[in-house]
Design a protein around this ligand. Structure first.
Ligand code: HAM
Length: 431
């Protein structure tokens, strides 16, 4: 067994895994371009208070899961690895005066996030999110557009049976009364509350609604529903979001218990699931509106909405849905491998391969000192289409080109080699 292993809750994305991620990122990038989002990169760490303030001190993400970075010196700042990108992006929005840009500012990023979570399948301490944020539009049209974009991402990525769950969690006008009512409700059942829920009751009662504790299921089913207690403005907003979704045929279900794990949300909240998936239900992605966040991080009051989709979970579901064997991405072999009759002529092979690569071709040189037969064998195993063989003809400026798939061979002038190989490749691709 290896002496060193990747830290608990993290994993290596080996080339086959990485190829799946690359494909997902290309899908994300093609979609966000079509929908008018532009890329942004913020640091992987921020001042801890960006997360404490933005996400909320009484959330699992901040209270239990923040990877705090121990400062090396007596600096007064403290930092933490980003558990999600929204707080950092909104920090950047305020810092760079993006409220003076045409609104909404539509931003997207994809990258690793860090949460000190209890590791299990689909839950890691370093995981990847595809994130979009539209800041400066109060909706409700943009809410539906973002939900539709998330749904389309799964469709284009090839995930089947994705379900959209939506809810409205109200705003500062109607939520306080609901929170008071909910608190009173759970207090009335304090005797049967598990200790962790009892603890959260006085601090963040909404979180009880999506407790994973089976002891809570019955109590939660009978709890007062936010959707019945929205103020007029929130109710109208929610109705309009649903009408926009229906207009483009996004299948969705209203789930009044959906409250999300981060404190910045107002009004629209949504999550994506795979319907009927075995095992513990994990959201594939989620998001919502955060109309108070920009002001919370020091900007002037500005509405916003976005989502984060977990790419690790998408990859997991794709593998499940493809079946054990269908999922692996196979690497494409090189167009050609340069080999030679003289085992010691690594310089010659290196030089020819370098020229071909400079001409834009996928070419590998065999740089070991082994016999021609072994070099050709390795080229075949590599899945190469051609072997370029350097031999006696080299003195006349020529090489042998062997088609490993058709088992034919011919002589080509070195000066024509790149053109010939490029032509063979394109006729192979289009033929
Ligand atoms: P979130 O629901 O905390 O939202 O995370 C979004 C997605 O990230 C989850 O649905 C899941 O797919 C993935 N995820 C979260 N934690 C883990 C983990 N430990 N391992 C693997 N995947 C995980 C947010 O982060 C918000 N920033 C979304 C958002 C953007 N809201 C508005 N804008």
């Amino acid at each position: 067994m290896a002496a060193f292993r990747a830290p608990r809750g993290t994993r290596d994305l080996l080339p086959d895994d990485r190829a799946v991620f690359d494909r997902l990122m290309r899908t994300a990038s093609s979609l966000t371009t079509r929908y008018g989002y532009r890329g942004i990169e913020t640091p992987l760490f921020e001042q801890s208070s960006v997360f404490e303030r933005g996400i909320g001190e009484v959330t699992d993400v901040v209270e239990k899961e923040l990877f705090r970075i121990a400062p090396r010196t007596e600096e007064s700042e403290s930092w933490a690895l980003r558990p999600e990108p929204t707080a950092g992006i909104v920090r950047a929005y305020v810092q760079h005066g993006m409220q003076t840009w045409p609104q909404p500012v539509k931003l997207t990023t994809t990258g690793p996030m860090f949460r000190y979570d209890r590791p299990q399948a689909g839950r890691y301490r370093q995981f990847w999110q595809f994130d979009v944020e539209a800041i400066g539009d109060a909706g409700p049209g943009i809410d539906a557009e973002i939900i539709e974009l998330g749904h389309r991402f799964y469709t284009e990525a090839g995930v089947r049976n994705v379900e959209v769950l939506v809810n409205s969690i109200g705003d500062p006008a109607c939520r306080p009364a609901y929170v008071a009512e909910l608190t009173a409700y759970y207090r009335g059942h304090a005797a049967v509350l598990p200790p962790t829920e009892l603890d959260r009751l006085e601090r963040n009662v909404l979180r009880l609604l999506d407790s994973k504790d089976p002891a809570m299921a019955e109590l939660n089913a009978a709890a007062p529903r936010i959707t019945d207690r929205l103020c007029e403005a929130c109710a109208a907003h929610f109705e309009s979001v649903k009408a926009h979704l229906a207009a483009v045929g996004v299948p969705f279900r209203v789930e009044p218990g959906l409250v999300r794990g981060l404190d910045y949300y107002t009004r629209t909240a949504f999550e994506f699931y795979v319907a009927g998936r075995e095992g513990q239900q994990q959201a594939l992605g989620g998001g919502g509106r955060y109309d108070g966040l920009v002001a919370l991080l020091g900007g002037k009051p500005t509405p916003g909405i976005g989502f984060g989709l977990g790419l690790d979970r998408v990859a997991l579901v794709l593998a499940e849905q493809a079946g054990a064997d269908g999922a692996a991405a196979t690497a494409e072999g090189p167009l050609a491998v340069v080999v030679s009759a003289d085992p010691d002529d690594t310089v010659g092979r290196f030089r020819v391969a370098t020229e071909l690569r400079a001409a834009g071709l996928r070419v590998r040189a065999d740089l070991g000192r082994r016999k021609l037969g072994r070099q050709l064998e390795a080229a075949g195993k590599d899945g190469a289409h051609f072997a370029v063989i350097l031999g006696d003809e080299l003195a006349d400026g020529q090489v042998q080109v062997r088609d490993l798939q058709a088992a034919s061979q011919r002589i080509v002038a070195l000066a024509d080699l790149a053109r010939e190989l490029a032509r063979a490749e394109s006729s192979h691709r289009h033929g």
